[in-house]
Design a protein around this ligand. Structure first.
Ligand SMILES: [Zn+2]
Length: 345
């Protein structure tokens, strides 16, 4: 059967698990998609505002913020502090050994502009390289749904960030953790964590690390058990305010450039901050045969945050060969020419 592409988003019938309904021309996700209405979004915003009122000022910080220095997280920090200037924010930037100088500069600049504290989470490069190499060499270490959301390398990285942000929130007694996910990426604006859930996600990650032959005995990546044991009744919540705001990439960039954020020089259409991203995409395509951003971009297109045309362009754009080779050198891995692989999608 020839390849069918969903009429609404960009998913196609060659991606494992994706079926396009021949009658409607839509994928399963688009057929069952129900976005939040403007009224629902307003209700969520009101709830978030009430939470801020109720819980702020009780810990060292009100918010532990995941700041990559890329456009979405920079913009969300800016708007969050503009709308709620009273919030005390600790912005955490994870240096995974591949963040660009430009991303570090932008992150620090955003903290200066917004009056937030900046904290760089660093780890030994060799440990990180070893972990990413093992993730690259692994196959099916993550369950299917995780594999659809991101590459194995990105999954490791984002899970480290989540673990360490929860750890910081507990240590700082901060009631909220904020990520800059858009509506297409995370439709759930408020996630109330529980001690059980935090424990479960920690042991799940521990098992995933073991699957790729990493024993994190020193709890470099995992939330420290000692911290988890000392958690009081105030368990932090995760908030995704960006998914409640109007979003367009152009508007975000325009706002940021006006206030002094600088465009990255990275030749990568899917990441404005991480030089490992091209290699992570290449590795995922090699192993699983579809682009790790397919579902992410499909979500953005489905929710109207990105045009279908632009989404298709992003998914079919060539990966940066120099960035792929640079990462492979650090991991002591060989790469094939990526064009051959990209021709398939
Ligand atoms: Zn679709």
């Amino acid at each position: 059967m020839s390849k069918l592409v969903c009429k609404k988003c960009i998913l196609d019938s060659e991606i494992p698990g994706i079926q396009i309904n021949e009658k409607t021309g839509l994928c399963h996700f688009c057929e069952t998609y129900t976005p939040l209405s403007p009224q629902e979004k307003n209700e969520y915003l009101t709830r978030i505002e009430k939470l801020f009122e109720q819980y702020r000022g009780k810990g060292n910080y009100d918010i532990i913020y995941a700041l990559s220095g890329g456009k979405d997280s920079s913009y969300t920090l800016y708007k969050l502090k503009k709308d709620y200037p009273f919030l005390k924010v600790l912005a955490v930037q994870f240096d995974n050994g591949f963040i660009s100088e430009n991303a570090i500069m932008n992150a620090k600049k955003m903290c200066e502009i917004t009056g937030c504290d900046y904290f760089q989470l660093t780890m030994e490069k060799e440990i990180l390289y070893d972990t990413f190499r093992k993730a690259a060499e692994s196959y099916d270490a993550f369950p299917r749904f995780a594999k659809y959301r991101a590459s194995d390398i990105c999954n490791i990285c984002i899970t480290i960030i989540k673990q360490k942000l929860i750890e910081q929130a507990i240590l700082q007694k901060a009631p909220f953790i904020v990520f800059a996910f858009t509506a297409g990426q995370s439709p759930n604006p408020i996630i109330n964590l529980s001690v059980n859930f935090i424990q479960w996600s920690r042991s799940l990650f521990e098992k995933q690390l073991q699957k790729i032959d990493i024993e994190d005995k020193d709890e470099i990546f995992l939330l420290k058990k000692e911290v988890l044991e000392n958690i009081d009744e105030n368990v932090p919540s995760i908030l995704h305010p960006l998914c409640l705001w109007d979003y367009s990439e152009d508007k975000v960039l325009e706002t940021l450039l006006e206030i002094g954020w600088e465009l990255p020089g990275i030749n990568d259409s899917n990441s404005t901050n991480c030089t490992l991203n091209s290699f992570a995409c290449y590795n995922h395509l090699e192993k699983y045969g579809f682009h790790p951003y397919a579902f992410d971009v499909a979500g953005l297109v489905r929710s109207g945050e990105m045009s279908r045309e632009e989404g298709l362009k992003k998914i079919n754009q060539e990966l940066s060969q120099p960035l792929i080779e640079e990462a492979a050198r650090k991991f002591k891995l060989k790469v094939k020419k990526s064009q051959k692989i990209l021709a398939k999608i």
